[in-house]
Design a protein around this ligand. Structure first.
Ligand code: PAF
Length: 266
């Protein structure tokens, strides 16, 4: 597995593959890898000849009061996991090079960014499209894989790629869950044992909400009931439970940890 820490190193390691017309599959991450990320690497492998992963905790998608400094970082562990999974290369850009020239973004999020996450994290999708566009410019992948756990993010990125006319196929990967259905997330590392058992109710409530809608309950009623149930289960607050893209999406807080998840209705 090859490692690039600069654009020059990345170009040097990819040039022969590009010249040979090899398809590059790319998985952008913020590190703190878990089985969910590894499932993205496997999906990239199915869709490309060469698989690369970036690890970069992107400052522009965190608001000043959020967990940028506390975000879990363990480069050695991440690299060992990627090596074991058979990734071909890892791009570990430096912030000063990736954001050379400043944080101003060449791209803006489109309509998919409206509402849901943006109502609670207004800076978030601006930062995501900013960094993903820069990473795409550097790696020039043929396909890029994003987890469906961040379903709105997946829509925002697909929309940005289309709007920019980038020749990149965006592929959504099914949500990886633990034995209790909890969506795997790097932020689950923040949860105490008692919070973990409450966290495992989030997916259950969303699956029940989807079933209630299938059974004829209105979306408004079902989502309002879900938010009440999450509070009754022990969540500190609920940012939203809502229906969009044929899915029930939810975001809720447990202590200092914000969890998101979504499930299809049909
Ligand atoms: O989903 C994530 O881990 C991040 O938002 C991403 C897409 C790597 C951009 O920093």
């Amino acid at each position: 597995m090859k490692i690039a820490r600069s654009r020059a190193e990345l170009d040097a390691l990819l040039s022969s593959y590009r010249a040979a017309g090899q398809r590059i599959g790319f998985v952008p991450t913020m590190g703190a890898l878990h089985e969910g990320h590894l499932s993205l690497v496997r999906l990239a492998r199915e869709n490309a000849d060469l698989v690369g992963v970036s690890i970069f905790v992107n400052p522009t998608q965190f608001a000043p009061h959020e967990d940028f400094d506390a975000y879990p970082r363990d480069e050695a562990r991440d690299l060992a996991m990627l090596e074991a999974e058979g990734a071909d290369f890892v791009f570990l850009p430096r912030a000063d090079e990736l954001y050379e020239g400043g944080f101003e973004s060449a791209v803006k999020p489109g309509a998919a960014a409206q509402g849901l996450e943006s109502d609670f994290r207004p800076h978030f999708f601006g930062g995501v499209v900013n960094v993903v566009y820069r990473l795409f410019e550097a790696v020039k992948p043929d396909a890029a894989i994003f987890g469906e756990k961040d379903f709105q993010q997946l829509q925002v990125i697909a929309e940005m790629v289309k709007a920019q006319g980038l020749p990149i196929t965006i592929i959504g990967a099914p949500i990886a869950r633990d034995d209790y259905g909890l969506a795997l997330s790097s932020r689950n590392a923040y949860l105490s044992a008692s919070e973990l058992s409450i966290a495992r109710m989030l997916n259950r409530v969303l699956f029940d909400t989807a079933a209630a809608i299938r059974g004829g309950q209105t979306e408004e009623e079902a989502c309002a009931a879900a938010a009440e149930r999450l509070l009754a289960e022990g969540f500190r607050s609920v940012d939203y439970v809502a229906v969009r893209w044929g899915r029930v999406l939810g975001a809720a807080w447990l202590g200092k940890t914000r969890l998101i998840d979504n499930v299809p209705i049909f």
